[in-house]
Design a protein around this ligand. Structure first.
Ligand SMILES: Cc1cc2nc3c(=O)[nH]c(=O)nc-3n(C[C@H](O)[C@H](O)[C@H](O)COP(=O)(O)OP(=O)(O)OC[C@H]3O[C@@H](n4cnc5c(N)ncnc54)[C@H](O)[C@@H]3O)c2cc1C
Length: 419
């Protein structure tokens, strides 16, 4: 028994981490196939939390991630009236428990760091490869690419993201992504374009709630000093709710982003209000992203194919756990596959049994966090801010933060789970 070769589809965080971990821990030979002609150029920055950072450390890339990203973990909530509503270190307790905190890093930097290690390990990775067919049989799984080439292996890991071809065409065609009701606008801008006053104020994640949605700004690089901001708001599904409808909506949002945002921030007072307007004014290009997710349920694997990361369980980003969930998948799968005597259907079964409750818990948390981004009126905003203020002050006064409230999921260790 045992598996000798794996095909990995997708060179995002899940695919690259899977290739690396399997290479480090097993004798399975991996080939990674990515449809883009070069590593992803998708913008934005992701926050990686303690449970994910610990796994990056075991992968041997934590120091590099830390060196490129920004480690400030304080969340400060500002009101439009210029008041600081409250502040908390959202991973403080978890850091004390396991020694890992928080890093905000540009997506391109994270992929770069993983790719560097994949290349150093001599793992075969091929770009410009779009899968168009899968034939899963008793003797192996064969994939066919758009250029007509094929490859066959003992197993296939579908790490091809939320719109996964592997899921749609073979593992679970019935499972399709749904729109969450929220969309985002965001950009990365050079710190050096901003005034010293604004730079001095972005110390952690600076969050401001408005009637239209939530705006947040944070640094995302250590050395060169880039700032990432995003605005999350409710956006109804366009009248023609298909891909074309979203493209038109996206074009409008991107082309005309400045005026509506500056209008929302018109009444923002205090130094932070000035900084927010400056950040928006000095941004020239934004990206618009309707937030989609996969509803809980669905199948994670079939035959010789196993879905990993967003391909299996994309969730809305409001729990900041997408990358960490992909890493947990990878670490569990590697442990299961290390056991040469475990048949693949048992690997698949345990993978599902162990991952599903954890995924469902984090999915619900992300959905719940998303509620604070919804549109509201002046009283609704007042109520949201008051509740947040009470929660933050109580948390500080009662020492709830020190008891690990809302942080228990950050110290979960997938390597400690019984197989
Ligand atoms: C706006 C936003 C903000 C987010 N913020 C955070 C955050 O703060 N923290 C966090 O942890 N997570 C965050 N996430 C989630 C995180 O980005 C994802 O969970 C993570 O990227 C999943 O990695 P993945 O490798 O599974 O998928 P992806 O990153 O989507 O990578 C999939 C790869 O597969 C390739 N591919 C697709 N189809 C094919 C094909 N047919 N053939 C070959 N290759 C293919 C793609 O080109 C891509 O490179 C956020 C997501 C969004 C949308």
């Amino acid at each position: 028994m045992g598996y000798h070769q794996a095909i990995i589809i997708g060179a995002g965080p899940a695919g690259l981490a899977a290739a690396l971990r399997l290479h480090q821990q097993t004798d399975i030979k991996c080939t990674v196939y990515e449809l883009r002609s070069e590593p992803t150029t998708l913008g934005g920055a992701v926050g990686i939390q303690p449970n994910g950072l610990r796994l990056l450390s075991r992968l041997g890339v934590y120091e590099k991630v830390l060196a490129r990203g920004f480690g400030g973990s304080n969340i400060t909530l500002h009101s439009l009236q210029g008041r600081t509503i409250g502040s908390l270190d959202h991973v403080g307790w978890a850091r004390e428990q396991i020694g890992f905190g928080y890093v905000r890093i540009k997506r391109t930097d994270l992929v770069d760091v993983l790719l560097e290690s994949v290349n150093e390990a001599g793992i075969d990775i091929r770009f410009d490869k779009r899968v168009t067919q899968i034939d899963d049989g008793a003797d192996g799984v064969t994939v066919t690419f758009k250029d007509g080439s094929t490859d066959t292996a003992d197993m296939l890991l579908g790490c091809d993201g939320i719109h996964s071809f592997i899921r749609r065409s073979w593992v679970d065609p019935a499972q399709t992504s749904e729109y969450s009701g929220l969309s985002g606008l965001g950009s990365v801008i050079a710190d050096s374009d901003l005034s010293p006053e604004t730079r001095a104020q972005t110390l952690g994640l600076e969050v401001t709630m408005t009637e239209e949605g939530m705006i947040a700004a944070t640094r995302c690089t250590q050395s060169t000093g880039d700032l990432y901001w995003f605005f999350t708001k409710e956006v109804p599904i366009p009248a023609s709710g298909d891909r074309d409808g979203w493209e038109v909506q996206g074009k409008d949002e991107v082309e005309g982003f400045k005026a509506p945002l500056l209008k929302i921030l018109e009444k923002a007072q205090g130094e932070w209000g000035d900084s927010l307007r400056e950040i928006i004014s000095k941004t020239s290009v934004v990206k618009f992203y309707p937030i989609h997710r996969l509803p809980p349920g669905g199948t994670y694997s079939k035959g010789r194919c196993i879905l990993v990361g967003d391909a299996a369980h994309a969730m809305s980003p409001h729990a900041g756990q997408g990358v960490s969930m992909a890493l947990e998948d990878v670490f569990l799968l590697t442990r299961l596959l290390k056991d040469h005597f475990r048949p693949l259907d048992q690997v698949r079964e345990r993978y599902d049994e162990i991952r599903r409750p954890r995924i469902n818990e984090i999915f619900d948390m992300a959905a719940d966090n998303g509620k604070s981004r919804k549109r509201t009126g002046p009283w609704g905003l007042w109520l949201k801010e008051s509740v947040a203020s009470i929660a933050l002050n109580m948390s500080w006064a009662l020492g709830v933060e020190r008891l690990g409230f809302k942080q228990k999921h950050l110290v979960y260790d997938i390597d400690e789970v019984e197989l």
